[in-house]
Ligand binder design. Structure first.
Ligand SMILES: Nc1ncnc2c1ncn2[C@@H]1O[C@H](COP(=O)(O)OP(=O)(O)OP(=O)(O)O)[C@@H](O)[C@H]1O
Length: 274
């Protein structure tokens, strides 16, 4: 049995806390570059500790939706509200400076290509520490200590703290990007194909790490993936997109074991045939 197959046999750990108010709520959200290119009429609620996977074929609008949900691309219509502490902020009604500050404080964004989310000319420790400084940390010794702690948490040898990310393997770069994002304890993390482009064994290790961190830190996550095995492993709920439309959504096991939309049935059966 492969490592990934073994992981798939283990239950997803943390349960979403739907007794609390939704962390993120999107209503009637649309952003189309051209007809069928982007996404249309998306509604979703994400609760603390919940992992939502957005799946669908290439070009179905997953990344565009993730960018909008994470405060980086204004929608043409609709609204997104984010609940932070006791405040609710409408993501695209506040000023750009307020939105940037909210994103910096409360969101993590993990890009598919790690170098898109890292500063290549800054050391590994600097990449982690920079996020703390952006959030007001000033004590160098404490920042370095946090960097060491997080290198260990993402299974990077602490002796690499002063090395540049370009000297790391792809898997290590991705783990460093995750550390840079989680060091500030965001409530919500957006991930775009975080295991894409990595070898299968590196993928399995990274998925295991992500799953453990999500559970330990009770993170809410929106993850874009075209890989149903990744969605099965990590997500409580799945949203299936086709040509910019959400064609089906629901609990992961229900959607994957008993898909109701023909497109989801096709996706699931094509994986089974591989
Ligand atoms: N900046 C842009 N300007 C114009 N069209 C765009 C832009 N970004 C994306 N698109 C188009 O919008 C559609 C949706 O793209 P998007 O990247 O959201 O899809 P995706 O589901 O994430 O695909 P993939 O899995 O290949 O990354 C595609 O047809 C894409 O070519």
């Amino acid at each position: 049995m492969t490592q990934l197959a073994k992981q798939l046999e283990e239950p997803r750990a943390n349960a979403a806390n739907q007794a609390e108010p939704a962390l993120l709520q999107a209503q009637k959200l649309s952003m189309l570059y051209a007809p069928g290119k982007g996404f249309e009429d998306v509604n979703l609620s994400l609760y603390p500790g919940e992992v939502l996977a957005i799946v669908g074929e290439s070009g179905s609008g997953k990344t565009t939706l993730l960018k909008t949900l994470s405060g980086r691309l204004a929608p043409q219509t609709g609204s997104i509200s984010f609940q932070s502490d006791s405040n609710t902020a409408e993501l695209y009604k506040i000023s750009e400076a307020e939105r940037r500050s909210l994103v910096r404080q409360h969101f993590g964004i993990v890009h598919q290509h790690p170098l898109d989310g890292l500063r290549p000319r800054v050391s590994a420790g600097g990449n982690i520490g920079e996020r703390l400084m952006e959030n007001g940390w000033r004590n160098y010794a404490e920042i370095r200590q946090q960097a060491l702690t997080w290198l260990k948490a993402v299974e990077i040898d602490q002796s690499r703290i002063d090395d540049m990310p370009l000297t790391f393997s792809g898997g290590m770069q991705q783990r460093l990007q995750i550390a840079r994002n989680l060091v500030t304890h965001p409530r919500l993390v957006f991930m775009d194909e975080p295991t894409g482009g990595l070898d299968v064994s590196v993928q399995a290790r990274l998925l295991d790490l992500i799953r453990n961190l999500v559970t330990e830190l009770q993170l809410a996550v929106v993850i874009v993936t075209h890989d149903l095995a990744v969605a099965r492993l990590l997500a409580h709920r799945i949203m299936v997109m086709k040509q910019g439309q959400v064609v089906e959504s629901g609990l992961t096991d229900r959607v994957l074991d008993d898909p109701s939309h023909p497109y989801t049935q096709l996706l699931v059966s094509s994986v089974l045939q591989q």
